[in-house]
Unconditional design. Structure first.
Length: 368
């Protein structure tokens, strides 16, 4: 393995438009990049499976098959990216400057994808007993249908999700619940306050309670790595025109959760936000938080090969929660950089190279 291999492969991945179409209407999706990844892994000597999880939304799995009797390692990275509006550089023209690779997805997370692909190639060249399973998945930026399918179909003794962590070892991350609160009023002409009930004004009471709930949550941090949960309003809609009392107002928001907080807890909080007002609450979509034990053998193994990195919790959600929920001991470890979802995105190539070394070393020891 060489740094030039990593830079070349990561650059080729960045050059492929893989904007998530569920995030940006008309986005290219993962079709082209999946074909590239599948062909590359096959050329590298891995057994390759290409599966459409949804129409036009493929996963690619490459298995460096062991001789048998050894432990298995699953390496995970997503192929999709967020959109490119307002980017300051051409998003799909990768540029290397001052030890950084620039371009959409360079940091989140095509350098990581390149690193696990190269680690898989190295595993295929060795006489290992266990399997190294490289999973390049779709749709992490929206609903994670890709890793959800991986969790259904594959088993492993350990997994590394290669999301960027600045070379820190992430053993926890938050979950989330997207929710709606609806307040109901009574439609009437604006000149008839005796008939109308203002649903938007009623939502004001909900928003005040939501702000107070957020203050209460953040004032009582309980998790050693993640602190506390939080809640915020995202969108508010309602009303027809100036001269009418609004019959309905809808609040869409998000509750970030820490280990120990459940969807049932969130549902109870939502009912408290609505209180005595006429309306309804619902959790629309949720993903649970993630937490790994420091006693897991995988944690000790990665810490040793990574030189005892800082142990952290990260605020974002990642596919690690799905793998852990499926019973696979999982950690999150990835490169440094900046600009995920931002106007300028770059990954630090020294850190990406270090990740490649660590993924490979862990695979060779675990699966020996």
């Amino acid at each position: 393995m060489s740094r030039s291999d990593l830079v070349e492969l990561a650059s080729r991945l960045v050059a492929i438009d893989s904007v998530n179409p569920d995030l940006v209407p008309g986005g290219a999706g993962e079709g082209e990049i999946a074909r590239f990844v599948a062909a590359w892994l096959e050329d590298a000597g891995l057994e390759v499976e290409h599966e459409e999880v949804a129409p036009g939304r493929p996963n690619v799995v490459g298995i460096a098959r062991g001789s048998g009797g050894g432990r298995s390692l699953l390496l995970n990275a997503h192929m999709d990216t967020v959109g490119v509006a307002e980017m300051e550089r051409p998003p799909f023209e990768p540029v290397v400057e001052n030890g950084r690779l620039y371009g959409r997805g360079a940091y989140d997370m095509k350098a990581s994808l390149a690193a696990i692909m190269l680690a898989g190639r190295e595993a295929a060249r060795r006489s290992l007993r266990g399997d190294v399973v490289v999973t390049a998945v779709c749709d992490e930026e929206v609903a994670s249908i890709g890793t959800a399918r991986i969790a259904e179909r594959y088993r492993a003794d350990a997994a590394i999700v290669s999301e960027p962590t600045e070379l820190s070892l992430a053993l926890a991350h938050k979950g989330f619940a997207a929710f709606e609160v609806e307040t109901r009023g009574r439609a009437a002409h604006g000149s008839r306050p005796d008939l109308g009930v203002d649903a938007i004004a009623r939502m004001g009471h909900v928003l005040v309670r939501l702000e107070e709930l957020d203050r209460e949550l953040r004032a009582k941090p309980t998790h050693p790595l993640l602190g506390s949960g939080s809640v915020h309003a995202s969108l508010v809609s309602g009303g027809q025109e100036y001269s009418s009392y609004p019959e309905r107002c809808l609040l869409q928001g998000e509750r970030r959760t820490i280990p120990g907080e459940t969807v049932a807890d969130v549902e109870q909080e939502l009912r408290g936000l609505l209180g005595e007002l006429d309306g309804a609450t619902r959790v629309v979509f949720s993903r649970g938080p993630f937490e790994a034990s420091e006693d897991e053998p995988l944690v000790e193994l990665l810490r040793r090969h990574a030189g005892d990195p800082e142990v952290v919790g990260v605020p974002f959600w990642a596919d690690s929660a799905l793998l852990a929920d499926a019973g696979i001991p999982t950690v999150v470890f990835g490169p440094a950089g900046d600009g995920a979802h931002a106007a300028v995105e770059w990954v630090d190539l020294d850190s990406a190279e270090r990740c490649l070394e660590i993924y490979t070393a862990v695979a060779l020891e675990l699966c020996a």
